[in-house]
Design a protein around this ligand. Structure first.
Ligand SMILES: [Zn+2]
Length: 141
């Protein structure tokens, strides 16, 4: 398998999403770009059972030996390193805290708070980009 976007051949850090539309492979860089660009659009597969709620209808995420099955909104928060504390603790209970996606670089292991959600890391860059575009349009007038 190859990254859906750049074509990089699958490695141990390639992220593989399986939803109701099929299986898609992303290298870590393209996954971040797709997340920040709002291009991730998952569709719950009715056969998958959510790790947290136990309900049918979810999306599967695989990276190396790690795997999570979560409904699509929660999956986006996992990918954005921005799980709610309840979600974080539920996944740590199930999988342990040695997992990359649940690492204590990303979450406070005591209160479950997100430490470096992707949205926060990229907000400034995108604000600048938007401002520049806005300025250009103004100059044309
Ligand atoms: Zn890629």
């Amino acid at each position: 398998m190859k990254c859906e976007i750049c074509g990089e051949v699958k490695t141990n850090s390639t992220e593989v999403i399986t939803d109701n539309k099929g299986t898609t492979c992303y290298c870590p860089n393209c996954m971040v770009d797709a997340y920040i660009g709002g291009k991730l659009d998952f569709e719950n597969n009715p056969e998958f059972i959510d790790d947290i709620t136990g309900e049918h209808g979810a999306v599967k995420y695989e990276r190396g030996d790690e795997q999570y099955v979560l409904e699509k909104e929660t999956m986006l928060r996992l990918i954005g390193y921005n799980l709610d504390p309840d979600e974080y603790f539920a996944l740590v209970d199930k999988y342990g805290n040695e997992q990359f996606m649940l690492h204590d670089d990303f979450y406070d292991e005591f209160d479950g708070g997100a430490i470096q959600p992707l949205d926060d890391q990229y907000d400034d860059d995108y604000d600048d980009y938007d401002d520049d575009e806005y300025d250009d349009e103004q100059e044309e007038d």
